[in-house]
Design a binder for this molecule. Structure first.
Ligand SMILES: NC(=O)c1ccc[n+]([C@@H]2O[C@H](COP(=O)([O-])OP(=O)(O)OC[C@H]3O[C@@H](n4cnc5c(N)ncnc54)[C@H](O)[C@@H]3O)[C@@H](O)[C@H]2O)c1
Ligand SMILES: [Zn+2]
Length: 340
């Protein structure tokens, strides 16, 4: 399946196809000077498959994990690009999850004021969400995605077969972002999670297509795209509150969404889906630290922080919350009213 992201001056195709990692040359101009970026956690079989087709001038491997998504690793990557002699006509190819895509994309955005970027997402989270839309960034300490740029990829290549090596916890965490898309925009995507054996490929395709639609309407997050922050306001703060990133991004977003679903029936429904996905209940965070991090939220201004609420699947409302109101929310247990 091929989708097309139509953004003035920066349109690009998304290929979603089992086995398409075997046919990279149809999407990526392999004759150009390329740096392939991946982390230490992705199985080498995928790296080798990509290298065999792209013959990159350099391969940059960094230590896996959110803890690497920082200026230090970015500098190492940019140095590797410079040392490999990459120029304005060269390209960066990311092969990996959201951490790899965010950092490689930002390196492409910065290097010589911007060179071509291709993204091959290999986690569910990156396939359903982060690979499309052009948001690239690194973290600054525990402040997530604070240094970044909008930089659209030239193409996104999604091969669901690469997920065969991904562990179940990562799969579930990624699916939380797809569920978020359903809750915001399309109840049938929520229903897809309630089937006896949910079809992963169609969930990926539906989710990324919804993201495509949002990005086309609002590339730079002036309005509609802000809805994608559903679950992220408190979720990001919870994620950043743990020194060692104990919980995965999607797990924190799942927890974060519960604070902003006020209808108890819908909350119950969502919790049931969390149970089938074996998403953890996250209660062991430092509440004071989460509140501190919320005060530094990028979406905040002097009136408070713009938050997204969902009460009916497929629709949402924005509400500006004062810091004190959010503090009170963080104090409450989001799992309390749920009876299995
Ligand atoms: N740019 C955006 O719009 C956007 C949106 C959502 C999230 N994000 C970012 O995405 C990041 C999280 O992404 P993630 O969940 O993909 O994490 P990740 O990139 O750290 O990948 C998770 C783990 O899976 C491993 N892995 C990757 N592919 C694999 C495969 N096929 N088989 C086995 N292991 C594999 C990696 O080595 C890593 O250890 C966060 O930094 C978040 O801020 C960005
Ligand atoms: Zn997210």
């Amino acid at each position: 399946m091929k989708l097309h992201v139509n953004i003035p001056g920066a349109s690009y195709p998304i290929t979603i196809e089992r086995g398409c990692l075997n046919h990279l040359a149809t999407s990526i101009p392999y004759e150009k000077s390329t740096i392939l970026v991946h982390d230490s956690g992705i199985p080498l079989q995928w790296v080798n498959m990509a290298c065999d087709q792209l013959h990159p001038k350099a391969v940059f491997c960094f230590e896996q994990g959110e803890g690497s998504k920082n200026l230090h690793t970015l500098e190492q990557l940019l140095s590797a690009m410079f040392e490999a002699g990459l120029n304005r006509k060269s390209q960066v190819v990311a092969l990996g999850g959201g951490v790899t895509g965010d950092m490689a994309g930002f390196a492409a955005a910065c290097y010589m004021r911007g060179i071509d970027f291709y993204n091959i997402p290999t986690t569910v989270l990156s396939q359903v969400d982060s690979s499309v839309g052009g948001k690239t960034a690194v973290d600054l300490g525990c402040a997530k995605n604070i240094i970044g740029a909008f930089w659209q990829p030239k193409a996104v290549i999604i091969d669901p077969d690469v997920l065969s090596t991904l562990d179940d916890r990562q799969v579930s965490a990624g699916l939380a972002e797809a569920l978020k898309m359903g809750l915001l925009f399309d109840e049938s995507l929520v229903e897809a999670f309630e089937q006896d054996s949910p079809d992963l490929v169609s969930i990926i395709a539906r989710s990324i297509d919804l993201k495509r639609g949002v990005v086309e309407q609002d590339e730079k997050e002036a309005g509609l795209r802000k809805a994608l922050n559903f679950g992220h306001t408190i979720g990001h703060a919870i994620e950043g509150s743990f020194e060692d990133y104990e919980y995965l991004h999607g797990e924190c977003v799942a927890a974060g969404m519960l604070y902003f679903i006020t209808d108890p029936t819908l909350k119950k429904r969502v919790r049931r889906i969390y149970d089938t996905l074996h998403l953890p209940e996250i209660r062991d965070f430092d509440k004071a630290k989460v509140c501190r991090l919320l005060r530094g939220d990028k979406k905040g201004n002097e009136n408070g922080i713009s938050c997204v609420f969902v009460d009916k699947p497929g629709s949402f409302v924005f509400k500006t919350m004062a810091a004190e109101e959010l503090d009170a929310m963080v104090e409450r247990d989001p799992y309390e009213e749920y009876n299995r």
